[in-house]
Design a protein. Sequence first.
Length: 201
Amino acid sequence: MRIQLDLWTKKVNIDGKPYYTITNSKVVTNGTNVNSVKFDAGRTTGSFVQTSAKKWQEFSADGRLKFNFDETHRDEWSVYLIDNTRGGMRIQLDLWTKKVNIDGKPYYTITKGEVITNGLNVRTVNYINNGKKGSFQQNGQWTDNDVTGRKWKFEETGRDQWSVYLIDRSRGGMRVQLDLHTKKISIDGKPYYTITNATTN
């Protein structure tokens, strides 16, 4: 028996035939995908946030930057960080035990781990233009299903914390920025469309 969980058609197909309707799906937060961890240290709270592919930062509850970290690796339940500016201090964000361990000892309690959609992990960006809807989707490569019903293909050239950068070489090297911070899609540096939502799937 073969099962297909089709999030596009919202159907569960069994041996090629639709049987069930998918009502909801979500990404389970674990060590392989988490990019934001909130903690409680007793008298204070704060968070660890992934800011690029292998970089993390620790923030206080009021948003002040405290420390910078390099990500060394991950496993099913944890993210492992190192602070080379403080003698190689090692941090483990353990989502199984709900603890932030420093050099092997538990210090803080994790109150929430999240997969925040940002420029590093986004795969679908929906937008609106003059009341008409369109979407950029990554399925191998990026495709823009635009408001006119046409499909355009793009090559990804880079990402940062908040944006994905694309190029369409078939249209003279048109450059597109999917900016999740400003909620705008810019074409050749000018904002054109408003992003309505974005997801990691």
